[in-house]
Each structure stands twice: as C-alpha cells, then as structure tokens.
Design a protein around this ligand. Structure first.
Ligand code: KG4
Ligand code: ZN
Length: 344
C-alpha cells in the first residue's frame, strides 16, 4: 500500500489530500476562492495565483495533520502540472518539487484532466478499462476512450466553448451569480424546460464533437427579448445542454463499441439532470454507469492523489525539472478541431 500526497492549484481551488493505493482518502482539504473572484464575475488569474501562494503550505500541513502523518510517511508527491492557469499551476508544482527535494520523495506530475479522468476509479473499485468518459468542466468538454493509465483516445472535443463555460456565461447573462453551474441548476429546478426555444448545436452530426457558442448567443437573445423569466431560460438552457451531451455521447458509444462502461467526470458532472440523463443512456446501451460523488467531480486534490497512486503503480515518475504546462492535451495524437485551438 502506498500513500500519495496530492496537490491541486490549476484554477480557483487550492487543495491537498492524502490518498492510498487501496482507495482510502486519509484526508482532504480544500480552500475555494469564490469570494475573491465574485466581484469580477469570473476567475482572475493573478488573484488566483496569489491566493494559492497564501493558503497552499498551511493546507498541506493540515492535510498531513488530519491523517496523523508526516511528510516522511508519504511515498510520493503528485501535483497538477497543467493544463490550467499557469501562475496557479506553478505554485502547486514548485511547492511539490521543494517538498520532494527536502524529503527525498519522488515527484509525479499529473495532468489535471487525467485527475478527472481516473477519479471515477477512486470512487468505484469495480470500474475497469476501457471506458467511455465524458469529461465536462469549465475548461473542457471531451469524449475520451480511457484504455489504461496514460492511455487516452480523444473521440471528440468542443469546437468553441466548454459546457461549464456555457453554464457560467448563462448565469452571468441571467444575473444568477458566480460560480454559474450550481446557480443555473438551482434556477432550472423552478423553471419550465420547454418554455424557451433554444438551438441544439451539432445535434446528429457524424463526428461526436460539441458546440455551445450558438446556444450561449441564443440565451442572450432570449434574455434581452424580455419575454422570459430567468428560471425558464435556465431550465430551457439546461435541457438543451442535456440534449447535446446525450446525443454526442450516444454517437461516441457507436464509435467505441469496446467501451465497457459509461463514465462522467469534471465539474459539470455535479449537475443532477446531466447525471440522470447519462445514467439512462448507459442503461439503454446495457452499460454500467459511473460518476464520482459530487465533491470529487469539481476540482479537488484527492483525484490528483489518486492519479498519482495509479501512476505510482505503473512506475511513472517525473524529474524535478518537469515544467508547468498551460496546455497539455490528454491525447496528443488527436486531430486539431476547427475553432478548438485553445482547448486542450
Ligand atoms: O472541474 P471544475 O471544478 O474546474 C475545471 O477544471 O474547469 O469545473 C468547474 C465547472 C464550472 O464551469 C462550473 O460552473 C461547472 O463546473 N459546474 C456545474 C455545476 N457545478 C459546477 N455546471 C452545471 N451544474 C452544476 N451543478
Ligand atoms: Zn477541473
């Protein structure tokens, strides 16, 4: 049994966790920065980096204390090394390197997306490879065939916005606050999903790619028309996203018949309507469905520690010269998709 210290700092959550190779989360600590970013309606990179600097070291100490452990008890240190906001990623990675150097521990540089991609295996010991993963977060919207640790084939990505980005922008337009996903979901529960006609971009297209820019513009027009309540727009928007995600995932399942399970991960996977629709799709296809518990869906360090544990078992370690990567696709072989140059 190995014990991994996981560190996450790629966006607006600072987190540290201790995770074992037999799936025990010994401790996990998380400090959000919502209050700092709320006045700006989005994450401000400089503010995020400064906040990570202030809280990371005490957070690591607290995570160790919670588990009754010292750095010496840890077998390796796993830190998010990208993709993400470069200032924050550097804070976490440099901290990890310093601790590795001081305590003579191996470093494991984790791709944040791999953290999300493997997180369902932390929660579900029965989940084996290969599985089809819908990875939906604030920065990414991808369908990946996960065949093993470090083995990812990207079947689809977004040609413009990520799904979480669409939730965040919709919340901003509707004045529902920040962060947008949970606010839109809450408003949607009291709105009527059929009230506002909204587009479903790329529905039915042969490649399982995503597009949300047109939907976002339609939300803005619906709001400016003054004809609809924020709740009705939120519910209609959420239904449109569900329809797109389901149609595209159904197509990917046709393209990847070897998948033995359907899995969802990433911050948007916290959305109950999306989880329920995916679960139904999996059942229709006779596949088991796996989704991490809600707190493991949004950014956290347990998933980074777990990815570290999986890499440790596979003998995958990194040198202390590993550099932070603002962009880092999980599948470097994947074709570039029109308009998607900025999405990993
Ligand atoms: O994975 P994550 O915590 O950070 C990134 O790596 O992006 O995902 C954050 C995203 C945000 O866009 C947030 O609005 C969205 O996940 N999100 C949700 C919900 N909770 C978080 N979107 C829809 N419904 C939710 N309940
Ligand atoms: Zn994330």
């Amino acid at each position: 049994m190995t014990v991994i210290l996981g560190i996450e700092s790629s966006c607006d959550e600072t987190a540290a966790a201790l995770v074992t190779s037999d799936r025990v989360i010994l401790s996990h600590r998380l400090a959000g920065q919502e209050a700092e970013h709320r006045p700006f309606g989005g994450v401000v990179p400089e503010i995020a980096a400064r906040a990570h600097v202030e809280v990371l070291a005490p957070l690591i100490e607290a995570a160790l204390a919670d588990a009754g452990m010292h750095l010496d008890d840890v077998d390796a240190i796993a830190a998010t090394a990208g993709p993400g906001l470069i200032g924050g990623v550097m804070v976490g990675l440099v901290t990890a390197k310093a601790l590795c150097h001081a305590a003579s521990k191996p470093l494991i540089a984790v791709n944040h997306l791999e953290g999300h991609a493997l997180s369902p295996r932390l929660a579900d010991p029965t989940l084996g490879f290969p599985y089809l993963l819908l990875l939906v977060s604030g920065g990414h919207c991808q369908l990946l065939l996960v065949s093993g640790v470090g083995q990812y084939r990207r079947l689809a990505t977004t040609i413009d916005d990520a799904a979480g980005e669409a939730f965040d922008k919709t919340a901003k337009v509707l004045g529902l606050g920040f962060p947008g996903g949970p606010a839109v979901e809450a408003a949607a529960t009291i709105g009527r999903a059929g009230a506002v006609p909204l587009p479903r971009p790329l529905l039915g297209s042969a490649e399982p790619h995503f597009s949300f820019a047109g939907l976002k513009s339609a939300v803005l027009r619906a709001h400016e028309s003054g004809l609809h309540s924020a709740q009705d727009i939120a519910a209609s928007f959420q239904q449109a996203v569900v329809d797109c995600l389901i149609d595209r995932t159904r197509r990917a399942l046709e393209l990847a018949p070897e998948a033995t399970a359907l899995v969802v991960a990433g911050g948007v996977a916290a959305n109950k309507a999306i989880r329920a629709a995916l679960e139904a799709l999996a059942a229709t296809n006779g596949l088991p469905f796996a989704a991490p518990p809600l707190w493991l869906c949004t950014d956290n360090a347990a998933m980074i520690g777990w990815a570290g544990a999986e890499r440790f078992e596979a003998g995958l370690f990194d040198g202390l010269d590993f550099e932070a990567r603002p962009r880092w696709p999980l599948d470097p072989q994947a074709e570039k998709v029109r308009g998607a140059g900025v999405k990993a």
